[in-house]
Design a protein around this ligand. Structure first.
Ligand SMILES: [Zn+2]
Length: 163
């Protein structure tokens, strides 16, 4: 919580209560990262560790875009602007909601099939200032059904602060 109070990027009046609650329950070294799309219409902030563990997925879609997944719970993410500038694309099972900025076309975050109750933030779309290091782990999304349980277990552990 101390980290949150010290962060310059926080305007306490604009934080939603859900976001604050997440801040109170997180492990101590979590900080606020900010990010957004290329044109700047879509902006968000996310609570996570300074060293980000992200997944590089080889599925048909991520392989084309180079999306680096930072998986976060819903309460650790807050959209600051651009909600009405997002458009949704779905395919296959339709569970994942791929959210694109209507103006610049960048998918800076979306609702992933792996974690439909949370978000996947594109680590490439985060402002670099607060990122200490990216640790990139491969995820074999071409064999999604085989690998998803291991990914869910690993990310649940990480958000517990038990890793
Ligand atoms: Zn944009």
């Amino acid at each position: 919580m101390g980290e949150l109070m010290m962060s310059e990027s926080i305007n306490s009046e604009s934080i939603n209560s859900e976001f604050i609650n997440a801040g109170e329950s997180i492990v101590q070294d979590w900080i606020v990262h900010t990010g957004g799309c290329h044109c700047g219409r879509v902006r968000f902030r996310v609570l996570a560790t300074p060293v980000l563990i992200v997944q590089s997925c080889n599925c048909s879609m991520c392989d084309q875009t180079g999306f680096l997944h930072l998986l976060v719970s819903r309460s650790c993410f807050q959209l600051l602007s651009g909600e009405d500038n997002l458009t949704t694309y779905t395919f296959n099972t339709g569970t994942a909601k791929h959210l694109f900025c209507k103006t610049c076309g960048i998918k800076s975050f979306y609702i992933p099939r792996s974690h439909p109750d949370g978000y996947s933030v594109n680590a490439r779309c985060l402002d670099p200032e607060t990122i200490e290091r990216l640790e990139i782990e491969p995820f074999d999304g071409r064999n999604w059904e085989t690998n998803i349980d291991a990914l869910r277990a690993a990310t649940a552990k990480a958000s517990d602060g038990t890793t």
